[in-house]
Design a protein around this ligand. Structure first.
Ligand code: SF4
Length: 270
């Protein structure tokens, strides 16, 4: 197993096929992970293996580091396409998340007006009005919805809190067609139980939920890096493309990252 943590409140930029040149913002501690999920495929590792000792970055510290970095890029003529809240866990867990979003928008407007503000979230906190409002302020709220099957979510996403999937789907639908749904498709087994959310018994109810949510886009992908649970396997590119076609047939834009996964897997073999 090799998992990794981001070392500061601002990291990158990294090139992302979907987001372009993306500057990361980590609102979690640098020495461990904080998340209300504990996904078997989390690139940051299991929660229990990466308990942080340091504190969360403050709002002031985050704004200062982001402004310094964007000012420098603006002066050097480096283009940043996205400011992406991701990092060592769940960004909306930060108590000042809505205020930090407002800071990021203001700093973006000052130094890099073409960049989109993105948040990768497990979506549990969209039931909190302050978080939901903050997500409507940005260009790309990217919400995780791996399955609408409660057993699958319990086994794979391993929420550390109560998750009411119909309520979450309802809250997602209130983002007025702006959100991007991100879904990880995997196979293999967890705790000796087979998993496969590419099967129609999982895909078709998930598409029904997408029809209610009416997202701007659905991001369909599989594993790119090592994960903490070795019995979890990638879905194939053909599986992902087939699911993408079903989503498109429902009238919803699908972005399939199968090609990237396959290229990266080939590179790993070299
Ligand atoms: S929601 Fe994201 S950060 Fe949290 S455990 Fe799952 S993959 Fe990791």
């Amino acid at each position: 197993m090799s998992t990794f943590l981001f070392s500061g409140p601002v990291f990158g930029p990294v090139h992302s096929r979907r987001l372009g040149n993306s500057l990361g913002i980590n609102l979690l501690p640098v020495d461990g992970k904080v998340c209300s999920f504990d996904c078997v495929y989390c690139e940051c590792g299991f929660n229990a293996d990466t308990r942080p000792k340091s504190r969360l970055p403050t709002r002031a510290e985050t704004a200062e580091k982001l402004e310094a970095r964007l000012r420098r890029y603006a002066e050097e003529g480096v283009r940043i396409d996205a400011l992406t809240f991701a990092g060592n866990g769940e960004p909306t867990a930060h108590p000042e998340f809505p205020e930090i979003i407002e800071d990021a928008i203001a700093i973006r407007d000052r130094w890099m007006p073409g960049a989109a503000v993105c948040v990768l979230t497990n979506a549990v906190n969209i039931l909190k009005p302050r978080v939901a409002v903050a997500l409507t302020r940005i260009e790309k709220p990217m919400l995780k919805l791996d399955s609408v099957d409660p057993d699958y979510v319990r086994l794979v996403n391993r929420p550390q809190c109560r998750v009411d999937i119909p309520r979450l789907v309802e809250a997602m639908s209130k983002l007025k067609g702006k959100c991007i749904i991100q879904t990880m498709f995997i196979k293999g087994s967890v705790e000796g139980r087979p998993i496969d959310n590419t099967a129609d018994s999982f895909v078709l109810p998930w598409i029904e939920a997408l029809k209610k949510i009416q997202p701007a886009e659905v991001s369909i992908y599989s594993l790119d890096r090592d994960v903490p649970c070795p019995t979890v396997l990638s879905a194939s590119g053909e599986d992902l493309r087939r699911i993408g076609r079903l989503v498109e047939a429902a009238g919803i834009r699908a972005v399939v990252s199968a090609e990237r996964s396959e290229v990266e897997r080939e590179k790993e073999k070299d």
